[in-house]
Design a protein around this ligand. Structure first.
Ligand code: NAP
Length: 278
């Protein structure tokens, strides 16, 4: 059984991007990411800080907007429209979740698709589904990189995605399809869930429930990718997969932490450096 090392793979990607960003800079093409946070949710603050740190490491300029919780929707949209127009800004990221009085869909749809480095704009999602170049959501893109860089072939494989959220499950399914996998998507209304997940050569779990998947869900020799992140009251992290129970049955598996988690920021950086279709 192989433990897929997301920390190592994300570091490899970051080194490649650092070189590319330095080349771009030497041609006078420095990339710039605008990061917007509304309110002071502690988890969001940590994510935003890590994104800014990653930009600094890669050699991408970052500008940040830390807006108070009570910021109005129109005020936020105006900032985004301004950034859409700025030629020196290549990427715009609005940290989610937003306060309740702000309509998330309206905000994400206001980001120009050519600067939508999170890949959440309906145009980006549409481009992914019809096979056109466009930004791809970072976490599922990271899963594809983990598989490819671990030498795991996707073409022709039975791929099962557990979860159908807009940010993970659905784009994950589209990406596996683009790589010529045979894809099944499961969700809370799926009947005979274990029968379906046990068909998977590659099982991607994004169900949002701690240690939901045990060995009973998994075929002998399957590749198991765990997207979930949960923190128990003691501060320890675990995933959607019961790692100790599933690992002996899998041919390869991602741990939590150190699996999919570090890939998300690496792919955000890749989107910033490579641009659309990169
Ligand atoms: P989500 O929006 O809560 O979606 C969960 C999905 O799982 C839904 O499609 C839901 O089905 C399905 N589901 C829930 N309970 C189920 C059950 N008992 N049986 C079958 N399906 C069930 O979660 P998400 O945003 O996709 O995130 C999933 C996990 O990934 C979370 O733990 C999150 O923290 C983590 N995450 C990690 C990263 C990263 O960087 N590594 C990034 C994003 C998310 P319905 O659609 O029918 O409700």
């Amino acid at each position: 059984m192989e433990i897929i090392d997301g920390k190592k793979i994300s570091q490899e990607i970051k080194e490649e991007l650092r070189e590319k960003a330095a080349e771009q800079k030497s041609r006078g093409e420095e990339r710039c990411l605008a990061v917007i946070q509304v309110g002071s949710d502690p988890a969001s603050t940590v994510y935003v800080r890590n994104k800014k740190k990653a930009c600094e490491y890669i050699g991408i300029k970052s500008i940040s907007y830390e807006l108070p919780e009570e910021t109005g929707e129109e005020e936020l949209l105006e900032i985004i429209r301004g950034l859409n127009e700025r030629e020196d800004v290549n990427g715009i990221l609005v940290q989610l979740p937003l306060p309740e009085h702000i309509n998330e869909e309206r905000v994400l749809s206001t980001i120009a698709p050519k600067k939508d480095v999170d890949g959440f704009h309906p145009v980006s999602v549409g481009n992914l589904s019809i096979g056109r170049p466009g930004y791809v959501s970072c976490t599922p893109a990271g899963v594809i990189q983990l598989l490819k860089r671990s030498g795991i072939e996707i073409e022709g494989k039975e791929c099962v995605v557990l979860g159908r959220s807009n940010i993970v499950g659905k784009p994950m399914a589209m990406l596996l399809l683009r790589e010529n996998g045979t894809v099944t998507v499961c969700h809370s209304r799926t009947k005979n869930l274990k029968e379906i997940t046990r068909r998977a050569d590659i099982l991607v779990v994004a169900v949002g429930r701690p240690k939901f998947v045990d060995a009973d869900f998994v075929k002998e020799g399957a590749v198991v990718i765990d997207v979930g992140i949960h923190r128990n009251p003691g501060g320890k992290l675990c995933g959607d997969v019961d790692f100790d129970n599933v690992a002996p049955k899998a041919s390869a598996i991602t741990p939590v932490p150190g699996g999919v988690g570090p890939m998300t920021i690496a792919m955000l950086m890749a989107n910033c450096v490579n641009g659309i279709g990169g």
